[in-house]
Design a protein around this ligand. Structure first.
Ligand SMILES: NC(=O)c1ccc[n+]([C@@H]2O[C@H](COP(=O)([O-])OP(=O)(O)OC[C@H]3O[C@@H](n4cnc5c(N)ncnc54)[C@H](OP(=O)(O)O)[C@@H]3O)[C@@H](O)[C@H]2O)c1
Length: 205
């Protein structure tokens, strides 16, 4: 599968590209700026292109812009992405003196991204930290949710390449409300215990 990472010049996108580069699945880092994409891609041994060029010919698009940019970016790329499945990894967080808070919006960001696109949207990989993703496969599970079974299978195939644990089907796209909210929990744990929390699910066959 050819993977395009929109907003792939950030820590998460470059960590993901580093893990995939040189493997069975060609990966292209996308950016608003072709030069920025090229230098990030050169660092990790991937291809680089503008976001619009990166998504052309991709089998799976990973939407990895900063969270605030996910919706407008999806809107801008609607025609270029067409029916290609999009995996949204973003979580909207609010920073308060009490700690990190989840979004106040009742719908997940991924559900709102779905409303902007013609193809299926998945959500996942929220609990993987860029810092641990770029090295060896971290000892944790990865979650993916979505309403389209075929698209979800592709995203789960990608997720399985990234972790030493399991790539788990977390149900319909509405589960993104919980997965995105979980990011606030993870960031609070990281701050409180000074680490990089990951998640392992127990009790599943
Ligand atoms: N960091 C993590 O550990 C982690 C873990 C799990 C999930 N995530 C999610 O993954 C996503 C990326 O995380 P990150 O830490 O790599 O984010 P980031 O560095 O803040 O942003 C990633 C990229 O977004 C693009 N961008 C910034 N502003 C934009 C705008 N106004 N319009 C379009 N693109 C814009 C930039 O690419 P160009 O300037 O090159 O276009 C930037 O390199 C986030 O949504 C985050 O919630 C992050």
């Amino acid at each position: 599968m050819r993977v395009a990472i929109v907003g792939g010049t950030g820590p998460f996108g470059t960590a993901l590209a580093r893990r995939l580069a040189g493997g069975a699945h060609p990966v292209v880092i996308g950016s608003r700026d072709a030069g920025r994409a090229a230098s990030a891609a050169a660092e990790v041994g991937a291809d680089g292109a503008t976001n619009a060029d990166a998504v052309a010919g991709a089998d799976l698009v990973v939407l990895a812009t900063k969270a605030e940019a996910a919706l407008p970016t999806a809107r801008d790329l609607r025609a270029a992405i067409g029916e290609t499945p999009v995996l949204c990894v973003a979580s909207e967080l609010r920073f308060a003196s009490a700690g990190v808070l989840p979004s106040e919006d009742a719908a997940s960001l991924a559900e709102r991204v779905q409303a902007e696109l013609d193809g299926p949207v998945l959500a996942g990989l929220h609990s993987l930290a860029a810092a641990t993703l770029s090295a060896e496969a971290p000892d944790e599970d990865a979650f993916v949710c979505g309403d389209d079974a075929e698209a979800k299978a592709l995203a789960l195939e990608l997720a399985a390449l990234l972790v030493a644990g399991r790539a788990l089907d977390a149900g319909p796209l509405a589960s993104a409300r919980a997965l995105e909210g979980l990011t606030a929990v993870i960031v609070n744990l990281n701050k409180r215990y000074r680490g990089h929390a990951g998640i392992r699910v127990t009790g599943l066959p």
